[in-house]
Design a protein around this ligand. Structure first.
Ligand code: HAS
Ligand code: CU
Length: 540
């Protein structure tokens, strides 16, 4: 049993708790969006709930899961205890207190600013302080994992960094570079403004700094997901990893290209020159590549698993895969959805097409396939594998665990495809009254919002199943001697190919140069213009 199991579990339980609260809110929202008359359906409640859902899912659930998973990966793959466990616990506390503060502000209705917290919407200062503390806590985690690797490196001269750790280090580099942007936004602009030290804020500058962070944030979620796809799922499927160097190549490309793409969220924003938007658009087309590589490599690994079980035809290996095993089916279904979500991403990033989909329901369709399925369903599925091994307990309610990924897949299909379609028909995202008080145009969205509400019901049932299995296992699972946590072997065995892909210092430096290249000039240009600050608004 691993030594940092308590640490990992403490992080994972916070993730599970945040997810449970956030999915209850999501259920209410999707019914509300379908114009169903709920007892406490008000504009104020709706936006409060959307904010809580976004923050708890996108920031708290993901970050805590990744931290818990990161400790497990560091210890198991490096074969040594985590260095700096005291700092790791302190970081957990800091992030937990931050979560409590931000949630408190949101639930009191004093931070209804949605998870992107764009000014001039203004939140209670404790909301900003709370989210900043979550980030500070995550920096502590970055330090502990990176330091553990560093100590291991000294102890193991000539040994190659294990692939799962390679992916986690890539994730850490991306996170550190990304959070500089949001730290600047929160500390320099938002906190002084929300406590009243200054009267106005520059919303455009805040948006630039936010998206410097906001896009790499999605790869901070995605990279640990890819670590699971490359290094755990092929083994669970009974196969081997098709190619270790291709996985490392994908990780390195994501380090380089995660950040200098942020303007693809601001293609219609004024104040950023078209040339810079184009530069970020080109980079976005490049950043698709590591995901294509991932699709190829992971599917090839699944094919190996199917063929090992005797498949001989072109596609019959698919039938041989363990579809009844939730740690596998969740990932396979997550990948299928990500194929659609990634395709949508390429559409979002295209200058002209973005004008059609920006700020419409299409966007929430897109990100529920990506973070809401590729990432979240993978994390849920992986917890069926991890939790019994960390708790030393047998998985409880296995039938629920088995159907849960399929319920999620079906629910998300209904929810997400209908959101894409209503988005194309012009339905805005983030509106309380999708019927627009009975307007003619809004009538064509009605069927779509109804379907998405049905999807929401499926998703809620699926979420409940997952939470029930987790708590059932934690509280009542039969005590067992746990199996070890193991990673997939590469098909070609240990190999020394492309050692340059392990030069983290080099890649972090090139990535930092690219960030400067992508942001220094546009920010300087923005600051040199005449700027108009805005006072804060708190509509609810
Ligand atoms: Fe995105 C907006 C572009 C990926 C999340 N994105 C968002 C927002 C979120 C988000 C949360 O260019 C909303 C932000 C907000 O609130 O305003 N996104 C992209 C692009 C990619 C992409 C180009 N997004 C993600 C990921 C996310 C995520 C990953 C979270 C984890 N996105 C955008 C743009 C916007 C945007 C614009 C702004 C839109 C606007 O106007 O506001 C790429 O990284 C996607 C690459 C992925 C692929 C797919 C590879 C497929 C794989 C699986 C294949 C499996 C198969 C079947 C075929 C190219 C790896 C398996 C078979 C078996 C047998 C199992
Ligand atoms: Cu993006």
């Amino acid at each position: 049993m691993i030594q940092s199991r308590k640490l990992a579990l403490a992080n994972l339980w916070v993730a599970i708790g945040a997810f449970a609260v956030a999915s209850a809110m999501a259920f209410m929202q999707s019914l509300s969006r379908a114009d169903l008359d709920l007892p406490f359906r008000t504009v104020r409640m709706y936006y409060l709930s959307v904010t809580a859902h976004g923050v708890l899912m996108a920031i708290v659930f993901t970050t805590f899961f990744i931290m818990g998973f990161g400790y497990v990966v560091a210890e198991r793959a490096l074969g040594r205890p985590v260095v700096g466990r005291r700092l790791a616990w302190a970081s957990w506390w800091v992030a937990l207190i931050g979560t409590a503060l931000a949630t408190w502000a949101i639930l009191r209705g004093e931070a209804t600013v949605l998870y992107t917290f764009y000014p001039p919407l203004m939140a209670h200062p404790l909301f900003y302080v709370g989210t900043a503390l979550v980030v500070v806590g995550s920096w502590g985690w970055c330090w502990v994992v990176a330091r553990t690797w560093h100590v291991w490196k000294k102890e193991s001269p000539g040994v190659r960094t294990p692939l799962p750790v390679h992916g986690m280090l890539a994730s850490i580099i991306i996170w550190v570079l990304a959070t500089i942007g949001v730290a600047a936004e929160v500390l320099v602009l938002l906190i002084p403004w929300s406590v009243g030290l200054v009267d106005t804020v520059d919303p455009m500058l805040a948006r630039i700094l936010f998206w410097w962070f906001g896009h790499p944030l999605v790869y901070f979620w995605l990279l640990p997901t890819y670590v699971i796809w490359y290094t755990m799922t092929p083994r669970i499927a009974g196969g081997k990893l098709f190619s270790d160097p291709l996985a490392r190549l994908a990780f390195v490309m994501l380090i380089l290209l995660a950040t200098p793409v942020g303007f693809h969220h601001q293609l219609v924003d004024p104040g950023v020159e078209a040339g810079w938007k184009l530069f970020h658009t080109f980079n976005t087309q490049l950043v698709l590549f590591p995901s294509f590589v991932t699709a190829f490599t992971v599917i090839a690994s699944f094919e190996i698993a199917g063929r090992k079980k005797g498949a001989r035809g072109l596609f019959d290996w698919i039938e041989e895969l363990p579809w009844g095993e939730p740690a596998f089916s969740s990932v396979a279904l997550a990948m299928l959805m990500f194929a659609v979500g990634g395709f949508g991403g390429a559409i979002n990033a295209a200058y002209g097409m973005n004008a059609v989909v920006h700020n419409t329901a299409w966007i929430q369709g897109h990100f529920h396939l990506t973070v809401g399925t590729a990432v979240a369903l993978t994390f849920m599925g992986t917890s069926y594998y991890l939790m019994p091994r960390l708790l030393g307990r047998e998985l409880e309610l296995t039938l629920l665990a088995r159907i849960q990924p399929y319920l999620w897949f079906g629910g998300m299909l209904l929810f997400s495809i209908s959101n894409h379609l209503t988005g194309l028909a012009g339905m805005p995202r983030r509106v309380f009254d999708a019927s627009y008080a009975g307007s003619e145009i809004a009538r064509q969205w009605v069927a779509g919002t109804g379907i998405s509400a049905v999807g929401g019901i499926f998703l809620f049932i699926s979420a409940t199943c997952w939470v029930a299995v987790m708590f059932g296992t934690g509280l009542a699972g039969r005590r067992i001697e746990p199996d070890p946590i193991e990673f997939a072997e590469p098909l070609e065995g240990e190999n020394g190919k492309a050692p340059i892909l392990d030069r983290f210092g080099l890649w972090a430096t090139v990535a930092a140069v690219l960030v400067v290249l992508a942001y220094a000039w546009p920010i300087a240009q923005h600051l040199s213009m005449e700027r108009f600050g805005s006072p804060g608004f708190t509509p609810f």
